[in-house]
Design a protein around this ligand. Structure first.
Ligand code: ZN
Length: 400
């Protein structure tokens, strides 16, 4: 099993300089390869792949020797990330899936509806580099030395890490980052970590995730998103308004920007903590956890910032829940996007419930066939639970 561990790190001055150089190199390479790919397409109708870009690296390093200060795997990762971004863009365009509704204020035309990869600016970006473990029979290039300090290829010296717990398994990859508050972190991806199977006393469950409640379980439990987040969102909006009125470059501006960054981080940490506890208790409690694929809920896209953040948070939560299920030995089942979880009656199976955009407002309904009174979300959760079990059993039969 794979697992990612995250720690705060304390680079010295030389390491900070090296990190700044490497963050910059990766940003430069991203922008450069974006140019190269666009030009190849414009001039020769050629679509370059990530590997094509990797092949250009040798020559590029000769012309730009400062690139050599950064591990080659970090540069290759930039090519891979850019390739990934292009693939997502092509797929969105093919499927007509709009990911940004921003419009040009002058022409009124959509700016970048399918999410074409964009240039990375210096301002405000979270900076990071990814370094891969050396492969093959050679000794590892990333390791913790006898003094408990982290050794990384090309980085001067060894890095001081605050080990809240030691990582298990074999290190595959590390990501070093600097957040907007100026603090440094390392995320260590390990393979071969032992799962920790649990008893799962509560059996199986279906989860309906949504706008009204964050989560409704088929057993009847209701979990709402953190109320404190809402209050902090309001504070953040207020701070951001102040920031937009402040003179750029002034003392007041700098102070406000720091406060915005800190509040952002606080919100992120609170959410992470909340999600962690919830995902852990679900994964420990249930042997089978069924959820609905989130893409059904894309119509919130026009909503305000808090709504969008909520949607992003649900996506994060699903990914986290899947990881926790793996760790604690339970089955995580995704129910397909086309499954009409809100429309089916969970008592008799007839398809008579609320549907479409108007149906979103319907909280309660009575089945015309069997007369059962339904709570919209609870009924959906029950259907998701049943469908998840069906999918799992079919998969098990096929495997046997
Ligand atoms: Zn019915």
């Amino acid at each position: 099993m794979r697992r990612t561990y995250k720690y705060r790190v304390y680079p010295n001055e030389a390491q900070k300089a090296w990190l700044a150089q490497s963050f910059g190199n990766c940003r430069w390479l991203w922008n450069h390869m974006l140019d190269v790919r666009q030009q190849a397409y414009k001039e020769r109708g050629e679509t370059l792949s990530g590997y094509d870009c990797d092949r250009l690296l040798t020559a590029l390093k000769k012309d730009n020797p400062w690139l050599k200060e950064t591990p080659i795997s970090s540069l290759q990762q930039v090519d891979a990330d850019l390739d990934h971004a292009f693939k997502a863009f092509f797929s969105n365009r093919r499927k007509g899936r709009v990911v940004s509704r921003r419009r040009d204020p002058k022409t009124g035309r959509p700016r970048n509806p399918y999410g074409h990869p964009r240039y990375h600016g210096k301002k405000g970006a979270r900076e990071s580099i990814c370094i891969k473990q050396g492969s093959g029979s050679s000794s590892p290039t990333i390791y913790v030395d006898d003094d408990g300090r982290l050794r990384l290829p090309k980085m001067p010296g060894t890095l001081k890490v605050h080990w809240s717990r030691m990582p298990e398994g074999a290190v595959k990859r590390v990501t070093l980052s600097r957040d907007r508050c100026g603090d440094y972190f390392v995320a260590i991806l390990c393979d071969g970590v032992e799962p920790e199977p649990q008893d799962h006393p509560k059996g199986n469950v279906g989860l309906d995730m949504g706008v009204k409640h964050m989560l409704v379980a088929s057993g009847g439990e209701v979990v709402d998103a953190l109320q404190a987040l809402g209050r902090n969102w309001a504070r953040l909006a207020r701070l951001q308004r102040k920031l937009s009125r402040a003179q750029e470059g002034s003392n007041r501006y700098r102070k406000l920007r720091r406060r915005v960054a800190r509040l952002h981080r606080r919100i992120a940490n609170m959410r992470k903590d909340f999600q962690d506890k919830l995902a852990t208790s679900i994964a420990k409690g249930y042997a089978v956890v069924s959820v609905e694929d989130l893409e059904t809920k894309w119509w919130w896209q026009d909503g305000p910032m808090a709504k969008k953040a909520q949607e992003a948070a649900l996506g994060q939560f699903m990914a986290l829940l899947e990881q926790r299920c793996e760790r604690y030995g339970s089955r995580f089942v995704r129910v397909g996007r086309t499954f009409p979880s809100t429309q089916l009656c969970s008592a008799c199976g007839v398809k008579a419930g609320p549907k479409g955009k108007e149906g979103l407002k319907v909280r309660r309904w009575v089945c015309p066939e069997c007369g059962t009174a339904h709570d919209r979300d609870l009924n959906a959760a029950a259907n998701i639970d049943r469908e998840g079990l069906r999918i799992l059993q079919a998969a098990l039969r096929q495997a046997a």
